[in-house]
Design a protein around this ligand. Structure first.
Ligand code: ADP
Ligand code: MG
Length: 693
């Protein structure tokens, strides 16, 4: 490998590494276990653990950890050193097969939504053999699932793995029935684009809201925002370049194909996109990417903000989830090929996707929701909270022609994305014409789910996508069961597609998703518009959703109820921390500055003083009282909402009673900041944070 990439994958215990380091029978036993999804026997596990430990120690690792994804949405790890006292009192290193496969991290403080009471708090982690083991800061990390004593999922990975299994099952069935009998399994390909902000660490350290909540709770807009669009794809500042270089190097060592990097729309905003990989691995790698971004930023004197909306008035950050389904022999089932109108398999899978999305829109909306993402969805900078699909006119035209019974032949479909450009004799036709305002868009050979928030774990969104599509494919596969010949199957598949388009075309939309007309039009079409995270959380109780997950074995009803509770609690907890931080900052930093400044103008305001001083002190007095009044209201309402015992009610009241009050506080603080003198008001401003890289 050439120089910049020679360390690629050096911190991953890859299959090649395994083959080289394991005795051949052990390696073959491991391969067999993976292929048959059976349990590893003890001797094989011991041999693998031993080789893994040696490899890890050669790379400077001293500890190992079962790396898992608790229901907090992040990742968790508890480190154990390899070192132990040997029988003769000398230290020895030890790592057994049992330690590799199973862990008992206790971890009773993670949210479980009542899935385990503290007296039976035991949670177990089990090695996920489908995601590679790696080294992070001297610790051997073993990706694991995290389950309760009774086997209920306490994490986000276990349901994702189950959903991948059911999707594989039904996608394979449909592919086989449509004539391709070689295919034995399917996986998803996922490419996650990650947006983030970088600010100088000195500003981050000076603002409690950024440190505690990850976002500014107030701050007047800078005199310049993103109106000139001069940051987007602009030259990357040198300091940021050095940071990106190290991020890439770290990611490459972890075997992550970090590929694209560029400035985003808002000032100080950037994006990193890796090459897509298998669903489970892509999600794990995205979690690692977020971790590496934060750590490397710190080394370079930056703070990396992954929050969905760190700054008001400019764009927030998202995470695009590019999604396709691929067969074990590498065929992408969303690839339209050269003749999409004759590609029955492509049409069938696309229709299955359309039906899935239109049947479970609120669930999908929930999968993209978080307290932070509530500031983006539907706020004219990110996809609307109304779920619709943008297919592009080329594919849409084909599907409509199917539906109208006049199935078009090759050459009859007008490819409106084709625009001849002078002096370039041939432009290959490209179905990826874009509509940036759509929450779900077909982009050539994949669907891009654009609603996810930048800080979110992408597991749940992919679990939902896999499950709803598996559900559609299951129905399609059952309908195809009645056919005898492949010809009959193909005819039947077209008929099913026609039916789906007729029933679900309301979810197809190519216009401006940010416009108010669309909100009205969507309502007319009967598309739901769950306005906030908390309202979407009810989806987990919906009887169709419960049936969906339980019938396909992805979640049990108990797990779903627990998850609903956890999400509602999480929403309130995030908000409560914000409320407390806001009140503290206003009392400690803002009101004292306001009063000092008032005092200065009031004192100077004697006989013969300029009228400006009177005006200024009057304005300051007004702002001080307005700020104080709104803080008192916020405190009172918080006290009342806090008493609410029902988690949904509490969340709902937080959203609709507390959030507006926080905005009211913000309005008077921001009004003060606009006229504040630097000698009294010391907090970093939007100018400082956004334009000093
Ligand atoms: P854009 O910003 O135009 O959406 P990017 O290049 O930033 O494009 O990101 C596209 C992402 O989609 C990358 O992560 C890429 O690896 C991923 N991707 C490309 N093809 C597929 C596919 N077939 N399935 C899933 N993801 C894909
Ligand atoms: Mg994108």
């Amino acid at each position: 490998m050439e120089r910049p990439f020679e360390e690629f994958g050096s911190l991953v215990f890859t299959e090649v590494e395994m083959e080289e380091r394991l005795p051949s029978p052990v390696y073959l036993a491991w391969k067999k276990t993976i292929a048959s999804e059976s349990q590893l026997d003890r001797p094989t596990a011991d041999a693998i653990a031993h080789a893994m430990k040696r490899w890890a120690m050669e790379h400077g690792a001293t500890h190992f950890t079962h790396w898992f994804q608790p229901l907090t949405g992040g990742t968790a790890e508890k480190h154990d050193a390899f070192v132990e006292p040997g029988s003769d009192g000398e230290p020895i290193s030890r790592f057994s097969g049992k330690m590799l496969i199973k862990g008992e991290p206790d971890a009773s403080s993670f949210p479980s939504g009542g899935l385990r009471a503290t007296f039976e708090a035991r949670g177990y982690t089990y090695w996920d053999v489908t995601s590679p083991v790696f080294i992070k800061e001297g610790v051997l990390c073993i990706p694991t699932v995290f389950v309760s004593y009774n086997g209920e999922a306490l994490d986000r990975k276990e349901p994702l793995l189950k959903s991948l299994e059911v999707l594989s099952k039904y996608a394979t069935k449909v592919v086989n029935k449509l004539g391709d009998k070689k295919v034995k399994s399917c996986d998803i390909s996922v490419g996650l684009e990650q947006e983030y902000f970088l600010i100088d660490k000195k500003y981050f350290d000076a603002r409690v809201d950024l440190k505690i909540c990850g976002r500014t709770l107030f701050g007047a807009p800078a005199t310049k925002g993103q109106e000139l669009d001069d940051h987007y794809f602009g030259a990357i500042p040198l300091r940021v370049k050095a940071f990106m270089k190290e991020v890439n190097e770290e990611l490459w060592k972890l075997g992550i194909y970090a590929k694209t990097e560029h400035n985003e729309v808002a000032p100080a905003q950037f994006e990193l996109a890796p090459v897509f990989s298998g669903g489970n691995i892509a999600v794990d790698q995205n979690l690692l990417i977020m971790d590496v971004l934060k750590k490397v930023a710190d080394k370079h004197g930056f703070a990396c903000l992954l929050h969905e909306k760190p700054f008001d008035g400019i764009n927030g950050s998202g995470k695009h989830n590019n999604y396709s389904i691929v067969t074990d022999d590498g065929q992408n089932l969303f690839d339209p090929g050269k003749k999409p109108m004759d590609n029955i398999r492509f049409l069938t899978f696309t229709c299955a996707f359309i039906e899935a999305v239109d049947t479970y829109p609120v669930l999908l909306r929930l999968a993209a929701s978080s307290a932070g993402n509530d500031f983006r969805l539907g706020a004219n900078e990110a996809p609307p909270a109304i779920i619709s699909i943008y297919l592009g006119s080329y594919i849409e035209d084909i599907l409509y022609s199917l539906h109208s019974g006049k199935r078009k032949k090759e050459g009859e479909v007008v490819d409106s994305s084709f625009e001849p450009v002078k002096n370039i004799s041939y432009i290959p036709h490209d179905n990826t014409d874009r509509n940036r305002t759509s929450p779900v868009a077909f982009t050539g050979n994949k669907f891009e789910f654009r609603m996810l928030g930048s800080s979110m774990n992408a597991s749940f969104a992919n679990t939902v996508l896999n499950t709803i599509i598996a559900n559609s494919l299951k129905k399609i596969s059952e309908e195809l069961d009645t056919c005898k010949t492949v010809e009959e199957v193909r005819e039947k598949a077209l008929e099913i597609c026609k039916k789906i388009i007729k029933k679900h075309k309301r979810v197809l939309f190519s216009g401006d998703g940010y416009s108010s007309e669309w909100v009205k039009e969507a309502e007319r079409r009967g598309l739901p518009n769950a306005k906030s995270f908390i309202e979407a959380s009810k989806a987990l109780k919906d009887k169709d959703v419960v049936k969906l997950f339980t019938s396909l074995g992805v979640y049990t009803e108990t797990e779903l109820m627990a998850n609903e509770k956890i999400l509602e609690e999480e929403y309130y907890n995030v908000k409560e921390i914000e409320i407390k931080t806001l009140i503290a900052m206003v009392k400690r930093d803002v009101l004292p500055a306001m009063c000092k400044e008032y005092d200065f103008y009031a004192k100077a305001n004697g006989e013969g003083a300029p009228a400006y001083l009177t005006k200024r002190s009057k304005k300051l007095a007004e702002l001080i009282d307005a700020t104080d009044t709104s803080i008192v209201k916020l405190e009172e309402t918080h006290t009342s909402v806090k008493k609410e015992t029902d988690t949904y009610e509490r969340g709902y009241r937080t959203r609709y009673e507390i959030v507006p009050l926080m905005q009211e506080v913000r309005a008077s603080v921001d009004a003060y900041e606009e006229l504040a003198s630097k000698c009294y008001y010391k907090l970093p401003t939007y100018e400082d944070m956004l334009f000093d890289l």
